[in-house]
Ligand binder design. Structure first.
Ligand code: FE
Length: 344
């Protein structure tokens, strides 16, 4: 850990590989970050933070679930001060596992709307992603679409592609439905939706978009940054697939579009708690928000910062105002419900 800017791989406690990037020693001390977000999505920002504050950032990247397991098994011995991950469902899981602590700062309270952070300060949203309906331009008229609920209508039989119920994104969407409509109505909806699937759930969000483009199905749900990434892709096939698909913002007259966050929380045993809060503050600052959101085609969590041109092109929408913490709270109920509904 003594050499500056070295990258190496260390076996983790759960047998997976993590890359450990050790920053040069700086006068302002250090802070250790476990990040489920990829290095290229975060490293340039961390370098800016170090330049501004003199605080070195040691970055460990890994898969969401593996990082949480690592934090749990390291317990009080963890070097991590801050956990960065995506989805309120995962942030809540980290909180419930006892690996986070509550923090507060004036900057975070001012910049992160209350609905995008944990009420007690265990974690804060840093970027927002929406999960709208995406449809085949040549086979569906936007006037045929209205709400998530409507996707359970038999008119969509055999026309919907959907990612599996293992996906935390779909779990959070169902958790949001439960919050708005209750379990009984949501279960009936999920059964109707499953009955409309064109194929058994498989693949990630990009695969659903590609399936719509290829004509396997007409409609799907996907997080906006996946479509944004495909629109701006250097891969021609991805670009062409994205061009065949359009965004529909559902529930405009009712509960609004399902939204979620990527975010971060200070660890329960942080040795550099104040530095970790400073880094959180920095990640919500104007320049960081703009860069962080644009790099992954996400919406800034700070409403003062406009979204990227790619996202603006899809128009404005009404976002669900439910506190995303509710999505984590209702995650276990959502998982059980999807299972009962036969959502593979
Ligand atoms: Fe994702």
């Amino acid at each position: 850990m003594s050499l500056p800017s070295i990258s190496r791989f260390l076996p983790s406690v759960c047998g997976l590989l993590f890359s450990l990037i050790t920053a040069p020693a700086l006068a302002g001390g250090e802070v250790n970050l476990y990040s489920a977000r990829k290095e290229d999505l975060i490293k340039p920002l961390l370098d800016d933070f170090s330049k501004q504050t003199g605080i070195a950032v040691n970055l460990v990247t890994g898969k969401e679930e593996a990082l949480l397991q690592r934090l749990q098994s390291e317990g009080a011995n963890t070097p991590a001060d801050l956990l960065l991950t995506s989805d309120a469902g995962r942030l809540a899981a980290a909180q419930q596992a006892g690996v986070l602590q509550a923090v507060k700062s004036d900057a975070l309270t001012a910049r992160v709307p209350a609905r995008y952070r944990d009420p007690e300060g265990y974690w804060y949203g840093l970027s927002v992603r929406a999960r709208p309906i995406l449809y085949a331009r040549d086979r569906v008229q936007s006037a045929e679409l209205s709400t998530y609920e409507n996707l359970a209508d038999p008119r969509w039989k055999g026309k919907i592609c959907m990612r599996s119920s293992d996906s935390v994104y779909n779990q959070s969407l169902v958790a949001g439905m439960i919050a708005h409509h209750g379990e009984a109505k949501t279960e009936a909806w999920a059964k109707g939706l499953v009955a409309n699937f064109a194929r058994p759930p498989k693949g990630g969000d990009r695969d659903q978009i590609k399936a719509v483009a290829a004509g396997e199905c007409d409609v799907t749900l996907a997080n906006t940054y996946y479509l944004g990434g495909m629109v701006n892709s250097s891969d021609d096939a991805e670009k062409q697939a994205a061009a065949k698909v359009a965004v529909f913002w559902p529930d405009a007259q009712t509960t609004g579009v399902h939204v979620n966050v990527s975010g971060a929380g200070v660890t329960a045993h942080a040795r550099h708690r104040d530095h970790a809060v400073k880094l959180l503050d920095f990640l919500t600052s104007d320049a960081a928000q703009r860069w962080y959101a644009e790099t992954n085609n996400e919406y800034p969590v700070n409403p003062a910062i406009p979204p990227s041109a790619t996202l603006k092109a899809w128009g404005e929408f009404k976002a669900d105002t439910l506190n995303v913490a509710k999505l984590g709270e209702l995650n276990p109920a959502a998982v059980r419900l999807m299972d009962r509904a036969g959502w593979k």
